[in-house]
Write a new protein. Sequence first.
Length: 300
Amino acid sequence: MSIVQLENSDLRLVVDPQRGAGTLALYGCIDDQWLPLMPDARDDACDLACSNFLMMPYSNRIKDGAFTFNEQPYQLQNGAGHAIHGDVRQRPWTVVEQSDLALRCAFDSRSFEGINWPWSFSAEADFILNGPHLILRLSLLNSSGSPMPAGFGWHPYFSRALTSSGEPVHLHFALDGAYPDANDTRIPSGPLQPLAPHQDFSQTRALDADNFLDTCYYGFNGGSITWPDSGVRLRLNATESCKHLILYNPTGKTYFAVEPVTNANNGVNLLAQNDPTCGTIALQPGEALTAECTLSLENL
């Protein structure tokens, strides 16, 4: 299946079902000008494979790729680098439904050999344009015969500049706390802690290019990204199951990431430690975990 483009008068979304149902580009139309809300991964100058990818059946990292669930130990591949972001983002998905404004893709782990997960699972991903709103839905089904730990999330990158190089970008996300990363591994080194000043966007402020962040937060309840010089705001909201947010602001890049996810980094090990904010759940056979994320474009 070829690349799919959805478009209305407000938004233009490009998705590649063969590349993990990943987003290649998202543009917003402001004053008759199409602006790159997300980097266009099709551009030669862009070093991203996708501007938004799906993380399933867990998001972010699992320490050493090892965990215990229901008193059974498991070892994933890629343990040396901490198994990361699940195992669907580089695999082809099947287009189930498609129109000018909506796309549904499906994935079944039983159709592939070597899936890096001990349980079989299936998934659906929806992309829907509704006026200035991009609605993203995910559903993860445990298709195995025993309970499995489960979580997922979206990994969207956003452009630092829309209309002029070096323009400021502001964030506003009121969050309860962040997991400490004392070992600089993105693996929580302790329970949730109050926000450090450089992590705190509870009041709208600039995301400075030199403020490196790769931080797992808890307490996500919506927020916004604003490009004041371009007169653009993008509001992000998600369903209750997405209580975690990852902010990734790499230095020297033209993009940053704001990732709504259901589980904390290393969530399956935090679950084994009875961490109340881990977000990882035990999904029963035949049971599904679902969530929805909405990006809403506003002209200031």
